[in-house]
Design a protein around this ligand. Structure first.
Ligand SMILES: N[C@@H](CCC(=O)N[C@@H](CS)C(=O)NCC(=O)O)C(=O)O
Length: 204
């Protein structure tokens, strides 16, 4: 047994955490979660969501951005994020949190609109879905405008770029935006990322 256990589901946001673990080069166990409402899993993350990372020394971390920032703290030499104190660090963290708190939830509203309204009418769900699409169009346009470094935080790929590629794979209009499409291509040149991408069944 290794020191790290990643709880994951195919096609889910655990992809970026697996990519981070592979970029670090640390051994980990991958436990596929069939049912996020299972009592044993809820004991790990009461929110019933993957990704979850369990450390052998005790702590359990949920929330994709929190896991990535914690891994960067534990393994600064892996350069998941640019070194602290440099302007690239602030940018990479800013865009990571921007995506985790805006685009990721919008994507969930887009695919599961009925979970985001108490109104059972089909039209209510459709309205949620349309607004989620508009929100993602606006937010991916903001990302596309800054992917000129050629990465989001400059000349070197960070885990923030992998996060952006993952979200884009869930939403075709983003994936087909030239700047984002080029970013996905660049990110997938990294073997650690492409291994996690394939293992999770991502498409590009
Ligand atoms: N804010 C959370 C969102 C996690 C999330 O919504 N995960 C989805 C998969 S992408 C999930 O586990 N949904 C429940 C399920 O699939 O059973 C994060 O950033 O980690």
């Amino acid at each position: 047994m290794s020191g790290y256990t990643l709880y994951w589901k195919p096609g889910s946001g655990s992809m970026v955490v697996e990519a981070a673990l592979r970029m670090i080069g640390v051994a980990f166990d991958a436990v596929e979660v069939d049912d996020t409402a299972d009592t044993a899993f809820l004991a790990l993350n009461p929110a019933g969501k993957v990704p979850v990372l369990k450390l052998a020394c005790g702590p359990v971390i949920a929330e994709s951005a929190a896991i990535l920032i914690s891994l960067d703290d534990m393994f600064p030499e892996a350069r998941l994020l640019p070194p602290r104190g440099r302007s690239g660090h602030v940018k990479a963290v800013q865009w990571l949190i921007f995506m985790a708190t805006n685009i990721y939830p919008a994507c969930l509203r887009y695919y599961y609109p009925e979970r985001h309204t108490t109104d059972p009418a089909h039209e209510a769900a459709e309205a949620i879905r349309s607004q989620a699409a508009l929100d993602m169009d606006r937010d991916f346009a903001r990302l596309a405008a800054v992917v000129q470094g050629p990465f989001l935080a400059g000349q070197t790929m960070t885990i923030t770029d992998v996060y952006a590629a993952m979200l884009a794979d869930w939403y075709d209009p983003a994936k087909n935006t030239p700047e984002i499409k080029a970013l996905v291509g660049r990110v997938l040149e990294n073997p650690a990322v492409s291994d996690a991408w394939r293992h999770h069944g991502f498409r590009a």
